[in-house]
Design a protein around this ligand. Structure first.
Ligand SMILES: Cc1cc2nc3c(=O)[nH]c(=O)nc-3n(C[C@H](O)[C@H](O)[C@H](O)COP(=O)(O)OP(=O)(O)OC[C@H]3O[C@@H](n4cnc5c(N)ncnc54)[C@H](O)[C@@H]3O)c2cc1C
Ligand code: SF4
Ligand code: SF4
Length: 1014
């Protein structure tokens, strides 16, 4: 860390209770957001209270440092980025109170209509909490599952339901803010005559408005559903401005004025907000059009029918929707050039039905604008319709190639009736630049999001960003519109605002000066004399170091970069990567695919990513942090040697490889592979700690211990030995280790002569056993063999196979994992060449064979093994679908609570294990959807991870404790250990139940802890 950063970090740690980071790696995680920009801040503060924020602002004022507030960092205009101190409100300031809180008189008087929220509260979490009261926070930006209330208020972020709920400005009754002078003030509606600090500000605002009243009156008249610094509704009555002095009746709504000012007027530390009633019924219609302009006119007509939402999607978005989901492909007519989605709400279903029917008739038959439509009142279908607009925009990022949808000019507002003309004018500009774009609009209130496809690695496209933006802005202004609708101005659009607000600009500058006299708060954005350039600090996307693998260069630095490095007297930096990063999805493309949207910060219950972020809620725990870190190295912002720093390991260790982010990320970024590379780089330099060494070689330990299982089992049960193991190897003494079997499964298989390949034809299965089924729960292997034999399929168990090596990879010992992978691949690839299919009962081992060995070896054999490997339940379910699975099951009168492991979810979405068990007569299978178990292989066994492991798995453990089932079922041995440890409930592999139902697993009843037959 350089000397200045170190000094600032030490100083801030002296005055702030929350976290402070100024090291190069931590600040790199805050250098980007969901925009196309990258700016490295000096430091990051994560305040725990408003007092921390005050201390930080005062320190910044003394040192003349800028302050940049940040929530989830999901902004698309670079509005939270800057060179100064970033204040991240999302980590610790996440408390909120209901309106009926008796400790607060304003809240108590409001009943349930108000809430008091700290800025780090996530919008969707707030709504989940309010739901039981029948209330919700109305404005609904599409990113609400991650976006913070501070960000929502600062951006005045709204969404599809603007027509119903308005924007946050309409909900903000009172804001506690820290101004640029370091004052902590509660700002709501104030009389300019009030003798208080808030009254002083109200007087200042009234004075500025009074001086510029004519210009402000004209500006207000042409403002629609736009955002930024808005002057309408701030002074009441407005006529009071035409007197020489404010009257006792004059009110200045400071909370309204500050909402939308993007962290440039004050830092919000608490807010009192209006909530609204959850609608009783909702009806949704999709209307399809042959022309985009007809859809725009259809939207204008739809608003006259009292819709509460009206979104428009163009042909390109519809195509992506069809390509990504089968349900959408069925729903969307191929010849639709555009679609609008409308929603109506009310208390009576029949009324809603009637209104939608009238709307359809008007648009389809009378006006002949739409050629087809479909409506629904039913919840599941309605969610599907809405998923169209919510899921498709993020999925734009799955489109492969150099050109990606760029959020730069994406946010404009036009009067809704001018929408058809504005679309034509914008398309003319795009055509002139020979650029294609997607169009999404909240058409009912005239907000348009246009994303041109540009290649930000090309100098040509970077060079024309400014002129493209300017010409689009001019086209929009020509239609009576404005840039800035619901996203921030940030770095992208602030430079256009002076032209946009010519008449009121002097008033706006004075207002900024009133709240932030030293220009400390987010300088260069929104109202500023020196706006950030829209084409400066663009996020670097191409690699500027040499990336090598052994002696092969994967990515060469350009000659200009080599020259520049030589001129500086430094050699070009080099990163010798450890995993295989092939063509097409190489390291550069993988890292670049993360656009920073922040969806991986979700805590939504219908998603699984990211278990670690869910409990820690810090930026470094988010999946995108790992991509940002590696991008920092590839683009030269960080030194490759930084990957050997302890902080790099700390960040990468916050990923335990559950793979859920890869599955759920809209851009399918392979974050686990990125995290594995960072860990491997660290270990390549520093080696493994004693605890990691033991954990990653637990298969070897088990192999030795299994030679004397009785003694080993005694040691593992003994409290004294467990204490010793914890002190010496970091193995948590709270964990019960699974006992070793008397005989390993591989030995058993030799006894059954399954270790010989079969000479005959037919279906040929080779079983990859892995650690747990080999040394501990050998009955899983027996069960698989019995199920296969029952279906006349022989099994081959090569005795030279070794455990998958996933524990080594997870610890960062990628080279050790590579050696294991090579050995197993040699055996299995040979078997595949002889016509075998590989079955695996342990999900993490299946994942190793399907993905990780390819990542580690990248050769043809690993690819062959990957293509021919199946998780055992998935394979058996496919047999069933081909009518090849025997169904002569015995009745099992029991109930099992099924947990789907993360690695199974990552391999196959068909829920094969659950469906197989459902074939068994009498067996009731109850899925328990409570996220990750938190065990992650051997990760949860370590003392250092034990507490977090339980915290992650707690929802599942609690559900299993409360469940009425006889037993739990899951495919994963680590999940089994966690469920049994946390809930005491016996947990079985689905294949054992299958074997038992075939009558081929005697003595198995014990494990089900069967209650008497019901
Ligand atoms: C795919 C996608 C879809 C989106 N859809 C929408 C949409 O439908 N509607 C919409 O409005 N936006 C949308 N956005 C933009 C973005 O998600 C919103 O603007 C969101 O409200 C930003 O919240 P955040 O918590 O991420 O804030 P950040 O991005 O971290 O910050 C946003 C701004 O708020 C300021 N800020 C944050 N906290 C505070 C605070 N406590 N005090 C003062 N200032 C603060 C920051 O300085 C910055 O200027 C979308 C973004 C993406 C990537
Ligand atoms: S990893 Fe995926 S979800 Fe997370 S920020 Fe990157 S693109 Fe978005
Ligand atoms: S693999 Fe799992 S733990 Fe790792 S970043 Fe992704 S979701 Fe988080």
């Amino acid at each position: 860390m350089d000397i200045d950063r170190k000094r600032v970090e030490d100083d801030l740690r002296g005055v702030v209770v929350g976290d402070v980071f100024c090291d190069e790696l931590s600040v790199q995680l805050y250098a980007s957001d969901a925009s196309i920009y990258q700016v490295l801040p000096l430091g990051v503060v994560r305040p725990k209270s408003a007092e921390d924020v005050v201390a930080c602002v005062r320190y910044a004022a003394e040192q003349n440092l800028a302050i940049h507030a940040r929530g989830a960092g999901s902004g698309v205009a670079g509005e939270s980025l800057g060179r100064g101190l970033v204040i991240d409100f999302s980590a610790h300031m996440r408390r909120w109170r209901r309106g009926n809180d008796a400790s607060d008189s304003l809240l108590a008087a409001s009943g349930l209509e108000l809430v008091r929220v700290q800025p780090g509260v996530v919008l969707a979490s707030l709504n989940r909490e309010l739901m039981p009261d029948g209330r919700q926070y109305g404005p609904d930006p599409a990113t609400r599952s991650v976006t913070t209330m501070g960000g929502v208020l600062a951006v005045n972020a709204s969404g599809s339901h603007y027509l119903r709920s308005g924007s946050p400005r309409d909900t903000a009754l009172s804001l506690e803010v820290v101004t640029g002078s370091g004052e902590l003030l509660e700002l709501s509606s104030h009389s300019p005559l009030e003798q208080s600090p808030a009254g002083r500000l109200a007087r200042g605002v009234w004075g500025i408005f009074h001086l510029h009243r004519a210009a402000i009156a004209a500006d207000i008249a042409k403002r629609g559903a736009s955002n930024g610094l808005r002057l309408d509704g701030v002074i009441e009555p407005f006529d009071s401005l035409f007197e020489n002095q404010p009257s006792p009746q004059t009110v200045v709504h400071l909370a309204k004025l500050l909402t939308g000012t993007q962290g440039t007027f004050g830092l919000i530390t608490d807010a009192t907000l209006q909530t609204e009633k959850v609608p009783a019924h909702r009806g949704v219609a999709l209307l399809f059009f042959h022309r985009l302009d007809a859809a725009a006119r259809g939207a204008v007509a739809a608003v006259r029918h009292g819709v509460v939402a009206c979104d428009l999607m163009d042909r390109r978005l519809l195509e992506i929707a069809r390509d990504t989901e089968w349900a959408f492909a069925k729903l969307l007519p191929r010849d639709a050039e555009a679609m609008i989605l409308v929603e109506v709400q009310g208390d009576s279903i029949s009324d809603l039905r009637g209104r939608l029917a009238k709307l359809e008739e008007d648009l389809c038959q009378h006006q002949k604008l739409a050629f087809a439509s479909t409506t629904t009142m039913e919840r599941q279908q309605r969610d599907l319709f809405w998923a169209l607009s919510r899921r498709v925009i993020p999925r734009l990022y799955r489109v492969r190639g150099d050109h990606s949808p760029v959020p730069l000019i994406e946010d404009v507002w036009v009067p809704p009736e001018s929408l058809p003309g504005a679309l034509t004018a914008i398309q003319d500009v795009l055509q002139k630049f020979q650029v294609t774009a997607t169009v999404f609009a909240h058409a009912g209130h005239g907000q348009l999001h246009i994303r041109p496809f540009l290649d930000l690695a090309s100098t040509k496209d970077r060079g024309r960003l400014r002129s493209l933006s300017e010409q689009i802005a001019e086209a929009v202004w020509g239609c009576g519109g404005l840039v800035g609708a619901e996203h921030a101005a940030g770095r992208s659009r602030s430079w256009l605002l002076r032209r946009q607000h010519q008449q009121v600009w002097p008033a706006m500058l004075k207002l900024k000066q009133l709240f932030d006299p030293h220009d400390l708060l987010n300088p260069g954005k929104l109202i500023t004399l020196e706006p950030d350039d829209c084409d400066d600090h663009l996020r670097q996307v191409s690699t500027s170091i040499r990336v090598t693998h052994a002696d092969k260069a994967l990515i060469e630095a350009t000659s200009a970069e080599i020259e520049a490095a030589e001129l500086r007297g430094f050699p070009v930096r080099e990163l010798p990567v450890i995993q295989q990063w092939g063509e097409g999805r190489g390291i550069e493309e993988t890292v670049r695919a993360c656009n920073g949207c922040g969806r991986c910060r979700t805590t939504a219950p219908d998603q699984r990513q990211c278990p670690m972020f869910r409990i820690l809620q810090t930026e470094e725990a988010s999946p995108r942090a790992k991509a940002n870190l590696l991008r920092g190295v590839l683009t030269g912002a960080l030194n490759p040697a930084d990957l050997a720093a302890d902080r790099a390991k700390e960040i990468a260790d916050l990923c335990f490889g559950c793979q859920q982010c890869r599955v759920e990320c809209p851009a399918s970024v392979d974050i686990p592979k990125i995290a594995n590379e960072i860990k491997a780089q660290y270990v390549a330099t520093n080696g493994l700690s004693l605890s990691d060494m033991l954990m990653s070689r637990i298969d070897r330990v088990a192999a030795i211990a299994s030679k004397m299982p009785t003694l080993a089992n005694f040691v593992m049960r003994s409290p004294t030995w467990r204490w010793i193991l914890e002190r010496t190897f970091g193995l948590s003494q709270a964990r019960e280790l699974p006992p070793l079997a008397e005989k390993s499964f591989l030995q058993y298989a030799v006894g059954r002569r399954w270790h010989h390949a079969m000479p005959h034809g037919g279906t040929k299965i080779v079983y990859f056993v892995d650690h747990y089924a080999n040394y501990h729960d050998t009955e899983v292997g027996v069960a698989l063999a019995e199920v296969l034999l029952h279906n006349q399929i022989d099994i081959f168990v090569p005795s030279k196979q070794v455990a998958s090596g996933m524990a080594r990879l997870a610890a960062g010992d990628a080279r050790g994992a590579q050696r294991i992978a090579r050995r197993n691949v040699r055996i299995l690839a040979e078997a595949v060449r002889q016509g075998y299919t590989v079955l695996v009962t342990e999900p993490s081992a299946a994942l190793a064979l399907k993905r990780e060995y390819v990542n580690l070896l990248g050769d043809e054999d690993s690819q062959t093994v990957s293509e021919n490997t199946f998780e055992a339940c998935q394979y058996l379910w496919e047999l069933h679908e081909q009518n090849r699975l025997s169904l002569d099951f015995q009745n099992i009168p029991a109930e099992v609570a099924y947990h789907q492991p993360c690695h199974v979810r990552a391999l196959d979405s068909s829920r094969a294990g659950q469906r197989l068990m459902e074939l068994i007569p009498g067996l009731s299978v109850q899925p328990v959807e409570r996220g990750c178990s938190g065990m992650a292989g051997t990760w949860g066994l370590q003392r250092k991870n034990y507490r977090n492991s339980l915290r992650i798995g707690w929802p599942l453990i609690t559900a299993m404790r409360r469940h009425t089932a006889h037993a739990a079922a899951t495919e994963c041995s680590a999940c089994k250990m966690q469920i049994e440890h946390g809930s005491g409930r016996s947990t079985v592999h689905p294949i054992k139940l299958l074997a038992h139902a075939y009558g081929r697993l005697p003595g198995f009843e014990k494990q089900l802890r069967m209650m008497p037959t019901r």
